[in-house]
Structures are given as structure tokens and as C-alpha cells.
Design a protein around this ligand. Structure first.
Ligand code: DGJ
Length: 729
């Protein structure tokens, strides 16, 4: 049993293979957090609780004359609000009587096999019922409100999931202004935070900073998880490195507005919470209604960041990504965006596809510009009808010709958007989010559809499913190219306008669910101007996401490095594009672009017809290599061997197969110097007792390669790569 409850001590213990999570129903039925960390067996950790008499930290009435029992000090699973805990909380609600306090106490619990679901939202699933679920029912006696805390225990993956449901069991109305499903208490120790910030075309840059007193906060209020902050956080001990030290990961399974906060309180205790951003959020719950929070996934590693990443990779790969392509090899694709932008016709696309087919590429993805009046980004969004000027035989005709080449056919959509210059907008202006009396904020000339509306979603489902079935579409690239603003739904009353952001997100999830259910073999690639919605929520519907609009291989070294802390390599859409690169103007060797793009779901995005013959041969070789190493890359363990910008003149990473017999070492030189030092890397994750053969025939033990390392004397030249396979004998 992964979940146990001891009646006498009232202690819950959640065990995974290497971690323990413990909590206790304490005095006055307050659900206290006891411990989360490295596995501990046979002990109740309630000896860790302490009861200092802290000035200005009050005491619950039940504590009578005991000045040492304060909610402001005690670690809790779901902190109360407005009754004496002044730290970061999990709930803000206006009760039926207008008061704002909430104080939930333990009532009952139940344990079951299998994973819990969350209504209308993605959540870690479990096909084999290997996981266990703990539901704890709490109640606020003063209002009668009920709260259910959900815990999922994924033993093998060493992961705990958390979520909460607020049930309005009163006869009045509750206005919810904040509800977080997770609170992680670290009463002891000093902690640093690693978070992933960025901007369009430069996403998920890790930043590590010590937590000081007060609250550290990241958030998005753009309607997407955003390029600017990723809904993930690591708390680590100051001494933690890739290979050693304690670290906790928190990952939100949600794609909209979020916040993650970590507070160090007056006593030096750390509390981290995460959930839907309370800014611009107010959800009305009439009597009998419920509100469910998104899920958060928690992981702990006592062996540094690499192990933490591996655990998240396995969790996402096995319990978040779904569908046929969870395991099936994804087709190597050619996308026409950077090859043609809007300027294409059937002939041009077929020329690219024909060349691609000859080089072994397996799918053509037709990007933006195939529909409505769409020759620039100023018009056409929403008119999901083929543009016959560009494609006279329609998508059916093009698809048939692509399939006749032996290739699959993929198609770009941007379902959530509308151009003012479109038939859809002329007919249904009220389908766009707009505030009455205000001119909307335009971005890339487009407005955002009100995805909270059923009629909008029905239109999109009808258009997309019609095209997917009629034109035999194998793959959809689902894009989303602006931050949301002007949040107001023409369909909702005044008192429900605070729900629009979240309802739009639920609408997107509903449409994705409808599509994936109707077309189980359809592969969806997520995208939001590259990686503006790269999160576990989207990965539930689309097992890969276009990682960034920056396709420069050298820039990608950093972007893919940051992305790898939580997300497995298979989820990272990565393409070989033209040189000089369209975003940066940098020139890089074709081989480097291949090596970097192979650290992801691999494809091409350039006009293959313009390549010289030698580069066409390189495409063939890369395609063959990617197929050869597919399993190793997608199912093996990914090791960051150094960090971009760490003072070394290269970036290196490796894939190691589960049985440790096969290793693929990758390295890209980022800086050339006169009189340079040798490049030196230590491999990781090998079997120290095994002997590995290097491409030059040398035989070296796993121990030598990991502890003494490998020195690479011959500098291949600036931006040049090294990719070598090491095989155990
Ligand atoms: C942004 C995406 O990230 C690009 O790959 C491309 O699909 C464009 N949108 C098309 O408008």
C-alpha cells in the first residue's frame, strides 16, 4: 500500500519508491503537514512539529489559554484564511454572509486504487491502476463549506499529485477569488528557487536565486501559461547540483493564468503554493456548485536536479501524454513555414514534399496561410475554409498527392483566434472577447475568440473535424499567437465576468478533448508562437509542443536546456532550419542543426530544394540516424552534461538507454579560442562496470568515462557538433 493511515496517531503516510510524504490530523482536527522528502520508514514525523510562543501570532479559540498553538506557525496541508495564519494562503472566498474567512478541518477520508480525474481539466492518468488516490474531506463549520483534498501517489515515478475541490454546500452564494490545490511546507532549512522565465523566441531560461524573507512570485495573466514564466518551480538546498542535493519540483497541469509563490516567514519557514492566478479571477458558486483546481505534480530528489528531471520526464511520458503517439514513433516532418511563409501554392508545396519524400522525410505539415484570405497576418483567421487560389484542388487534392508520395499530411490551425478582416468576424463580431465601450487591444492584428461559448466551440469543431476527416489529416499543429486581453464574454452576466479567463481555458480543453476523442489517431502538436503554452496541461492533448519560434541551433541549446528540467525530450518540437537563421542571422553548419534538433521531436523547416547536394545527403544521414536512435532519444534518460554559459566553450548532453548499454553523446562548440584548452566532459548514468566502445575503437570503462571523463582534443570549429555513440561490449 502506498497510502496508509494510522488510526492511533492519525498520521497519513504516502510512500513512493524513494520518497515519503506525511501529514497528520492534529489538535482541533487541523490537517498538518509533517514531512516530504527522502524515504523514511517506520517513523511518525510528528516529532518535527514545534510550538513556540510567537508574539503577534494569535491562537485559535479552541486553544484556550495555550499561547503556543498558532495557525501562523504550524505547517498545514491547506492553510486557513483570515483566522490567524498570515502567510501565503490557498483560498480567498466571499462567504454567503460577506465574510472572507475559511478554516477547514478534517472530517473523513478514503483511499482507492487508480488515479483521480479533474472535471473538464487534464490530470495525470493511470491505465494500469498502479497509482493510489487519497481523498480527504474537510469542512468549515462556520459556513458549512466543504473542501476535498485529492492526493495521487505514483509509486514508481516517485510523484505525488495534488488538487482541491471546493463544494458550496451552503444555501447561499460564494464568490471564489482564489483556490490553490497545493501547498508545500518546508519548515526547516534554507532554500533557493529555480524558475524558468523568458520571452517570445527565448523561453524557459533557468534562474536560480536564494529565497529571502517575503514572497517570491512568478505568474501569468496572459491567458496562457506564457513565454514569460513557466508554471513550474524548483526549490533546492543551496548546495544542490545536477548530481547531488535535495530539490523539490512543482509542476502545474494547467495552460492558462497561473501563479507560483514561495514565502519565507518570520520564523524562517518556507511555504510554496501554486494555482490559477487570482488576479482577474472571481468564480461564483451558487448553492450546490463546485470548483475544481488544476492539478499540481510534486516531485522530490535527494540526488540533485538530474534525478528530479528524470522523475518528471517519466511522469509526463507515462501519465500525462496520451494517444497513439505516446509510444509510436512520430513521423519525421517537413514544415513549410520558414520555407515559404504565406507565399505558397500547391505546386510549391508539392515540390517541397517531393524532395522531402526522396530524402526519407515522412510527413508534410502545411503551416499558416492555406485558408480564407490569408496572404499576410492581417486577415483570414477564423475562416477555416480552403483558399482555392493557393490550393485549387482543395486540401483533399493536396492531401491525396502528399499521401501518394508515401507521406503523412499535417495542417496548421489557430482555432482560438479571429481576424477582424474575416467572414467569421463580419458575421459574429460578438464571438470575440471585447469589453463593451472599449476598443480592444490588437496583437498580430488579431482578436481572441470567446472559447467559453459553446457556439464558438461547436463552429470550430465542425470546421476542424470536417477538414480532418475529408482531407485525411494525420496531424494538426494547434497554434495560439497572442496574449489574451479585453476579457469580457457577451454571453455571461456581470457577476460571472471574473470567470471568463478560466472558462476560456476549459473551453480549449473541451475542444481538444472532443477532437482527440473523435480522431484517436490524430496527432496534435501544441504551439503558441513557439513555446508560449509549453506546459503539462497541453501535453495531455498534444504529446509534443513547438518549443520556440527561435530555430537558431545555438539559441536552441539554451532553450532546450531550460525546457529539459521538467519536460521530456520527446515533447520538444525541434526542426533543422535554414542558415543564416531567419531569427538571428547566425550561420551554423548543417550537421549542428541536425544534432540540436535531434534532442527533440525531429523535423525540417526550410526549402529542401535549395540545398546543395552534399546537404541533401546530410538530410538522408540525419533521417537515418534519428530513426536509429529514436528509442534511445525518446525512451532513454537525458543527461545535461553542462550548462550553456557556464564558462566552458561548448554545451554537451547525452542520452543513455535504460539498460545503460547504449549512449549518445552530443556536444556543440559555442566559442572558439586561440591556444584553447581541451574540451572535457564527464559522462553520466553509465554502468561503471561495463566497457564501452567509442567510435574510434577505444574501449573505456563506464567508471573511467564518468569519473575521469573524456577529453576531446581536436576542436571541431565554431558551432560545430560532435555526436558519438558509445556501446557497451
Ligand atoms: C507561430 C508559430 O510558432 C510558427 O511556427 C508558425 O506556425 C506561425 N505562428 C504561423 O503564423
Amino acid at each position: 500500500m502506498a497510502i496508509t493511515y494510522h488510526e492511533s496517531t492519525r498520521v497519513f503516510t504516502l510512500q513512493t519508491e524513494h520518497t515519503t510524504y506525511q501529514m497528520k490530523v492534529g489538535r482541533f482536527n487541523i490537517l498538518k503537514h509533517l514531512y516530504y522528502g527522502k524515504k523514511v520508514e517506520g517513523s511518525s514525523m510528528d516529532y518535527l512539529l514545534w510550538y513556540p510562543d510567537v508574539g503577534f501570532s494569535g491562537n485559535p479559540y479552541e486553544a484556550d489559554t495555550d499561547k503556543c498553538f498558532s495557525l501562523d506557525i504550524q505547517p498545514q496541508e491547506f492553510p486557513s484564511a483570515g483566522v490567524g495564519d498570515y502567510r501565503e494562503g490557498c483560498i480567498e472566498a466571499v462567504n454567503p454572509d460577506g465574510s472572507r474567512a475559511a478554516d477547514f478541518r478534517y472530517v473523513s477520508h478514503s483511499v482507492s486504487r487508480g488515479a483521480y480525474g479533474i472535471k473538464g481539466m487534464p490530470a495525470a492518468y493511470d491505465e494500469g491502476e498502479e497509482s493510489e488516490t487519497l481523498l480527504i474531506c474537510l469542512r468549515d463549520d462556520a459556513t458549512g463549506l466543504e473542501l476535498e483534498l485529492k492526493y495521487g501517489v505514483f509509486e514508481k515515478e516517485d510523484m505525488i499529485t495534488r488538487a482541491a475541490v471546493l463544494k458550496n454546500t451552503t444555501s447561499g452564494t460564494v464568490e471564489l477569488e482564489k483556490l490553490f490545490g497545493v501547498c508545500l511546507e518546508l519548515p526547516f532549512g534554507e532554500w533557493e528557487v529555480v524558475h524558468f522565465h523568458g520571452r517570445h523566441a527565448m523561453e524557459r531560461m533557468p534562474e536560480r536565486i536564494p529565497l529571502g524573507h517575503g514572497t517570491f512570485c512568478i505568474s501569468s495573466k496572459r491567458g496562457t501559461s506564457s513565454h514569460q514564466h513557466n508554471p513550474s518551480l524548483i526549490l533546492c538546498a543551496p548546495e544542490t547540483t545536477e548530481d547531488a542535493g535535495d530539490c523539490y519540483g512543482m509542476l502545474l497541469v494547467y495552460s492558462g493564468n497561473f501563479t507560483a509563490r514561495a514565502e519565507v516567514d518570520q520564523m524562517g519557514q518556507t511555504r510554496a503554493v501554486m494555482g490559477i492566478n487570482p488576479e482577474q479571477f472571481r468564480f461564483r458558486l451558487d448553492a450546490g456548485e463546485c470548483f475544481e483546481t488544476p492539478q499540481a505534480i510534486l516531485g522530490f530528489s535527494g540526488e540533485g536536479f538530474t534525478e528530479l528531471s528524470h522523475r518528471f520526464h517519466r511522469m509526463i511520458g507515462r501519465h500525462i501524454c496520451r494517444g497513439k503517439y505516446k509510444y509510436a514513433r512520430r513521423p519525421i516532418l517537413i514544415n513549410n513555414w520558414e520555407a515559404t511563409y504565406f507565399d505558397f501554392n500547391e505546386e510549391k508545396i508539392l515540390r517541397i514534399a517531393g524532395q522531402a519524400a526522396q530524402l526519407g522525410i515522412e510527413m508534410l505539415v502545411l503551416d499558416d496561410g492555406w485558408f480564407g484570405k490569408r496572404d499576410t497576418d492581417t486577415s483570414g483567421l477564423g475562416d477555416w475554409y480552403v483558399n482555392r487560389e493557393k490550393l485549387p484542388e482543395g486540401l483533399e487534392g493536396l492531401s491525396e498527392k502528399i499521401h501518394a508520395l508515401g507521406m503523412k499530411f499535417g495542417l496548421w490551425f489557430e482555432p482560438e483566434m479571429v481576424s477582424e478582416d474575416s467572414d467569421l468576424y463580419r458575421k459574429h463580431a460578438d464571438w470575440a472577447l471585447r469589453i463593451p465601450g472599449r476598443k480592444p487591444n490588437r496583437s498580430r492584428y488579431q482578436l481572441v475568440l470567446d472559447m467559453s461559448r459553446q457556439d464558438v466551440r461547436d463552429y470550430l469543431f465542425e470546421r476542424m473535424s470536417d477538414l480532418v476527416s475529408r482531407a485525411r489529416i494525420d496531424y494538426v499543429k494547434w497554434d495560439m499567437n497572442r496574449s489574451m486581453s479585453d476579457i469580457y464574454s457577451a454571453k455571461l452576466p456581470r457577476e460571472r465576468q471574473g470567470e471568463v479567463f478560466h472558462r476560456c481555458m476549459l473551453g480549449v480543453y473541451e475542444l481538444l478533448e472532443r477532437l482527440t476523442t473523435a480522431f484517436p489517431d490524430l496527432m496534435i502538436e501544441g504551439c503558441s508562437g513557439g513555446g508560449g503554452r509549453f506546459d503539462a496541461g497541453m501535453l495531455y492533448y498534444s504529446p509534443q509542443i513547438w518549443c520556440s519560434d527561435d530555430t537558431d541551433a545555438v539559441e536552441r541549446l539554451q532553450i532546450q536546456y531550460g525546457t529539459s528540467f521538467f519536460y521530456p525530450v520527446g515533447t520538444v518540437g525541434s526542426h533543422v532550419s535554414a542558415s543564416p537563421n531567419h531569427q538571428t542571422g547566425r550561420e551554423t553548419p548543417f550537421e549542428t542543426r541536425g544534432v540540436v534538433a535531434m534532442a527533440g521531436s525531429f523535423g525540417y523547416e526550410l526549402d529542401l530544394n535549395l540545398l546543395p547536394d552534399e546537404e541533401k545527403e546530410l538530410v538522408k544521414a540525419q533521417v537515418a540516424d534519428y530513426k536509429k536512435y529514436y528509442e534511445l532519444i525518446h525512451q532513454g534518460d537525458y543527461y545535461r552534461l553542462n550548462a550553456p554559459g557556464d564558462g566552458r566553450d561548448f554545451v554537451a548532453w547525452a542520452f543513455v538507454s535504460e539498460d545503460k548499454r547504449q549512449v549518445l553523446l552530443n556536444l556543440v562548440v559555442t566559442h572558439v579560442r586561440a591556444n584553447a584548452k581541451a574540451m572535457f566532459v564527464r559522462l553520466k548514468g553509465l554502468d561503471e562496470g561495463k566497457t564501452y566502445r567509442l567510435p574510434d575503437g577505444r574501449l573505456l570503462s563506464g567508471g573511467a568515462l564518468m569519473y575521469a571523463g573524456l577529453s576531446i582534443p581536436a576542436r571541431p570549429g565554431e558551432y560545430r557538433p560532435i555526436q558519438m555513440e558509445l556501446v557497451a561490449q
